[in-house]
Design a protein around this ligand. Sequence first.
Ligand code: SF4
Ligand code: FE
Length: 479
Amino acid sequence: MKNGQDYIESLRLLKTKVYAFGELIDNLVDNPLFRPHINAAAETYELAFNPKARDLMVVASHLTGKEINRFTHIHHSTEDLIKKVKMLRMIAQHTGSCFQRCVGCDALNALYSVTYEMDQDQNTDYHQRFKNYLAYIQENDLMVAGSMTDPKGDRSLRPSQQADADLYVHLVDKNEKGIIIRGAKAHQTGIVNSHELLVMPTVALSAEDAAYAVACALPVDAPGVFHIFGRQTNDERKKGCIDQGNARYGSVGGEALTIFENVFVPWERVFMCGEWQFAGTLVERFASYHRQNYGGCKVGVSDVIIGAAAVIADYNGISKASHVRDKIVEMIHLAETLYSGSIACSVEGYPTPSGAYYVNPLLANVVKQNVTRFIYEICRLSHDIAGGLIATLPSEYDLFNPEIGPYINKYFCGIKGVPTENRFRIARLIENLTGGTSLVESMHGAGSPQAQRIMILRQGNLEYKKRLAKNLAGIKEEI
Ligand code: SF4
Ligand code: FE
């Protein structure tokens, strides 16, 4: 297994092509725009060497029996699924931000079971290929990005009906050595600081869309692949320290648009090529695994938000006010409700034909749906408690300016004995944890709310519920 420093150094060996602010980046690792995201992902490596975290982070590979990092593991029990949620909550408590590596873990797990089922049905040999690839990932402890979301163009049209065929990643050509793909994937969490990426379809497909039924693995620096980094709220503050709020780990995952310009993929890294019948299952599996996560990582971040709200209440001298205590109770209640959902969908997990365990998809989608609401409410309550200063504070450069600094210290102070700088620090942390990009991530990360509602209706077994009602009402109908 790699530790945090090994991971960071391993990124220096890649030739990942990344653009940001209109320029090609030449030293990604030391660039302050990316470094917080890299530091957050590094925790997924470093914590594997922390004796207190080991039970959650380290597991035996079902392929080799060797110790591996859980982010490269295929879940083989409900205990595995539960430990994943606990691991995510624990890491988020450390980082207060997204640490990105879960997307690849979910892609690995989804492809593991779906390639098995595809082989059974279609007489293909994808599963063994995929197991070879998985062994490579485990052996080298690599970070994998999950590349699912296509740009989609006109959302009312299917992939094959789009005016521009590239709006969904598709097969361009194939020969005896491999395939060539073109297109792009949007909102790619952590991709610029991953080693590998796993391309998957983003919607259920029909026979006409067979060219879009492509799943494959690529190094993030493969020829023809490049990334355009997304802007984030307050990213120009990255030259400062206090003003960033969470200078070490940032806030969201560091998302990018990844472009595939006629990229060659050898057959041993191709795990679906034309089997459109399995695209929908793959999307659902991946999405449910990823939605399971949100009552882990978002709750870990919420633990930090709740703590920060309580600290600023102390600094403002209002922590004993009954309405403040009640708001803190409400925040804890909401966070633990989210956590309960993630634990529940894990406890109700079950084995797929491949032996890999899957979550209860209905409960996983309910968790993510709740995240789109409860995180906003938790953030709203933290703003309520913190006060207007999280939106109006001057910068750290003013705080430390010899001329005006004394005025800032005087007029931005809270209770006696607490340095104004500390009040600045906690206010900026709340601003970072609850504002702009990070809040939107709770809405649209792991799929937009409507995507969960479609799954909830599909999994909700409405016909059974109707039968229950008719039965009690004494209604007898011919079926
Ligand atoms: Fe992992 Fe959460 Fe970030 Fe998604 S949002 S990659 S689940 S930490
Ligand atoms: Fe996410």
